[in-house]
Design a protein around this ligand. Structure first.
Ligand SMILES: NC(=O)c1ccc[n+]([C@@H]2O[C@H](COP(=O)([O-])OP(=O)(O)OC[C@H]3O[C@@H](n4cnc5c(N)ncnc54)[C@H](O)[C@@H]3O)[C@@H](O)[C@H]2O)c1
Length: 439
């Protein structure tokens, strides 16, 4: 099939590359000239494992093309997939300005009938709204059919998740259009659920808000475990064995971040408010998450007192491992809290440092390795659970520090690794501290 994707961000690029990989002819359009220039040369603008390899492979096979021209990019499209951003707006709801513009771009340049698929995460009713924008502007005699096809990939494993998705949701009021989009995905052999447009839009928000709530729930359990002297990892394991609960998303930490959960929970709350439903549970999910992002700083103050003039090493900046995305990363809040207190923060991230510099700026310092960050530090915060930190030589890291104190926001270490250290104070989340004194 001939497919055009609007937006080459995490979702649009992953989708375009994977659709080319399964044999379709894909053109990706983006308004960002630098991104497109790089992509034409096979350089990915984002860090995503396995992406660049498939990108160059499919460009080479002439199944994948990139352009900034909507006219050029839409020329042959049977299916047009909109994957532009829907960030949080000033009122907490989704900012639809990019998707409105994408609709205007399509209407202006489309010269034949096509199916328009909205893959961006959009509030219930948006497909109808975008259809109206399109129909008001499309050239005479040109018709489009709308399909809602929300995306569920996770950054850091976008390629894998797109190719091996748990399910594909296709919402449409046109049976024929839904069938055609289903056929587009057929080579993936993924279960497809056909629904109405509004149910499909709702499935995305209901899923993300549920996952965010599951995180806030286990974080509250973790805080309670600390208070009562239980171990949250054992508790989570015991809970997860119950098939009704499941093992996924029961890792306590310092709160969710990223480009989706924070904004999607707020957008669903906004929808609930508009329709007069008091979804108070979501308000608590947000409050718990904000509180959790303060946790490492709170623990450090409890242990070290005033943090003014102290040096803290911060390991990890991206909102989760295997991505360079800094959107709503807990590290941003932590960096600001510490810098406001006059703490000297030196951070290291394997991939996200350049993006972090743009978001956090020079209120903290940046190191080229975990060891450099730890040099002379009064304490160390683990903020993102990169494998590099899990596998690090802890003894060497601790030797670099002024005091061997770790506040681990991601529970990276098992007891065996901790026991191998000569001297250590280790404060995890939801578990008793581990103190090893020099013999
Ligand atoms: N990032 C994720 O993990 C994820 C997962 C599932 C769903 N989503 C949803 O998918 C959507 C896209 O997210 P993302 O993270 O890929 O966004 P992103 O910000 O990384 O990328 C959006 C891209 O769209 C481009 N763009 C904007 N207007 C355009 C236009 N008129 N024509 C062509 N290109 C245009 C931008 O230049 C940018 O490159 C959002 O609605 C998001 O909520 C994201």
């Amino acid at each position: 099939m001939k497919i055009t994707v609007l937006g080459t961000g995490y979702v649009g690029l992953s989708t375009g590359v994977c659709l080319a990989e399964i044999g379709h002819h894909v053109v990706c359009i983006d308004i960002d000239q630098r991104k497109i220039k790089n992509l034409q040369e096979g350089i990915s603008p984002i860090y995503e494992p396995g992406l660049e390899e498939l990108l160059t492979k499919n460009i080479g096979a002439e199944r994948l093309d990139f352009t900034t021209s909507h006219l050029e990019g839409l020329k042959a499209a049977e299916i047009i997939i909109i994957a532009v951003g829907t960030p949080q707006g000033d009122d907490g709801g989704a900012d639809l300005s990019y998707i409105e513009q994408a609709a205007r771009d399509i209407a202006e340049h489309l010269n034949h009938n096509a199916i328009v698929v909205i893959k961006s995460t959009v509030p219930v009713g948006t497909n109808d709204y975008i259809k109206k924008i399109l129909e008001e502007r499309l050239k005479k005699d040109i018709t489009i059919k709308m399909v809602s096809n929300p995306e569920f990939l996770r950054q850091g494993s976008a390629m894998h998740d797109t190719i091996h998705a748990d399910r594909i949701i296709i919402g449409s009021d046109h049976e024929e259009a839904a069938k055609k989009v289903g056929e587009m995905y057929l080579p993936l052999h993924v279960p497809i659920l056909f629904t109405t447009i509004r149910s499909a839009e709702m499935i995305k928000y209901a899923s993300n808000a549920f996952l965010a709530t599951k995180i806030s729930y286990i974080n509250e359990i973790a805080n309670l475990c600390e208070a009562v002297g239980a171990d949250v990892q054992d508790v989570a394991k015991g809970m997860g064995k119950d098939k009704r609960i499941g093992e996924a998303f029961l890792n306590p930490g310092i709160g969710y971040g990223g480009s989706c959960f924070p904004k999607d929970v707020k957008a669903l709350l906004k929808t609930a408010n508009i329709y007069g439903t008091n979804f108070s549970m979501l308000k608590e999910t947000i409050i718990i998450n904000e509180k959790q992002q303060h946790l490492l700083v709170k623990k450090a103050i409890n242990r070290l007192g005033d943090l003014k003039g102290k040096k803290i090493a911060m390991l990890g900046l991206s909102f989760k491992p295997e991505t360079d995305d800094m959107r709503e990363a807990p590290s941003i809040k932590i960096a600001h809290l510490l810098s406001q207190m006059g703490t000297d923060v030196v951070a290291y991230d394997p991939i996200a440092t350049n993006n972090a510099k743009k978001v956090i700026g020079n209120i903290i310092r940046y190191a080229n390795s975990a060891f450099e960050a730890a040099d002379g530090a009064d304490a160390l915060f683990i903020v993102t659970e990169w494998d590099e930190f899990k596998q690090i030589d802890l003894t060497r890291l601790l030797q670099k520090m002024k005091e061997p104190i770790i506040f681990d926001g991601r529970n990276c270490y098992g007891i065996e690794k901790l026991k191998s250290c000569e001297t250590l104070e280790y404060y995890p989340i939801g578990k008793p501290a581990v103190i090893i004194e020099k013999q």
